[in-house]
Write a protein that binds this ligand. Structure first.
Ligand SMILES: NC(=O)c1ccc[n+]([C@@H]2O[C@H](COP(=O)([O-])OP(=O)(O)OC[C@H]3O[C@@H](n4cnc5c(N)ncnc54)[C@H](O)[C@@H]3O)[C@@H](O)[C@H]2O)c1
Length: 248
């Protein structure tokens, strides 16, 4: 494992109680950072923060609710004094079914958690980063946002929206010390797969030229570097983690 220097840095990871978010938080703590886990699963986030140690904290947050996000940002700012990094990882896939069978509420909840949640967290944290003219943001989109997966229209649209938000905010902040990038992973084994069907997971697997799913440590390694001071030039970009599926 390469050494990435995040000593003294403070990071927020949404969706950090488990899965990809937790794997990223673990790598950040191993690199010297203090992490705030923001998650709907408050108790799981508390337990995960205790395991991570190194001054890590947990906040029970619904990223789709701007007031809840603002409160978590205030609490984290008070606890850490500053916020150097933000990973927007909280997400849900929604059901796998044809667009015409989606209820308006199902559509809304997928877009509100994934896309509006990313907006809410950037909106709350960017001003805290601006206090020090320093920050690194990584939004977790998906290969679904580049390719569009059938029977997953809300998720694909929300993840494409995150890519667009990243490009826009990255350019908006390009003359400052804040970098904004996103990643587009293919399938990785986490509890989110319980929201999908076996047929859908197989649809994803056969499209990966590497012929395997992404390892959580592989995703965490890329994100840790994107959150480091060394990532001082690249912004508004989309980093691929699709094992060769999307070469753009
Ligand atoms: N696992 C994959 O195959 C895969 C592939 C590409 C992208 N992603 C993306 O990676 C991110 C993490 O996914 P994962 O696989 O670790 O899934 P996961 O279900 O294991 O973790 C998601 C976390 O987000 C939290 N969360 C959900 N809704 C929330 C809300 N409204 N407010 C706060 N927290 C909320 C959950 O409680 C959970 O802890 C998601 O954005 C997902 O879309 C996952």
């Amino acid at each position: 494992m390469n050494q990435i220097d995040l000593a003294g840095r403070t990071m927020v990871v949404t969706g950090g109680a488990r899965g990809i978010g937790y794997a990223i938080a673990e790598r950040l703590v191993q690199s010297g950072a203090k992490v705030a886990l923001w998650d709907l699963l408050g108790e799981e986030a508390e337990a995960s923060a205790r395991t991570l140690a190194n001054g890590s904290i947990a906040c029970a947050v619904n990223v789709a609710d701007a007031a809840s996000v603002d409160a978590a940002a205030r609490r984290t700012r008070e606890a850490f004094g500053r916020i150097d990094g933000l990973v927007n990882g909280a997400g849900i896939t929604g059901p796998v079914k044809p667009l015409a069978d989606y209820s308006v509420d199902e559509w809304r909840s997928v877009v509100e958690v994934n896309l509006t949640g990313t907006f809410n967290c950037c909106r709350a944290v960017v001003p805290v980063m601006q206090e020090n003219n320093y920050g690194r943001i990584v939004n977790i989109a998906s290969v679904a946002g580049k390719e569009g997966n059938p029977n997953l229209a809300a998720y694909s649209a929300a993840k494409a929206g995150i890519i667009g938000l990243t490009k826009s905010l990255g350019k908006e902040l390009a003359k400052t010390g804040i970098a904004v990038n996103c990643i587009t992973p293919t399938t990785a084994k986490t509890p989110i797969l319980e929201q999908l069907t076996p047929e859908f997971i197989e649809y994803m697997r056969v499209r990966i030229p590497r012929d395997r799913f992404a390892e959580l440590s592989e995703i965490a390694a890329m994100v840790a570097w994107l959150l480091s001071e060394e990532n001082s030039f690249t912004t508004a970009a989309t980093f691929d983690l699709s094992g060769g599926r999307t070469t753009y």
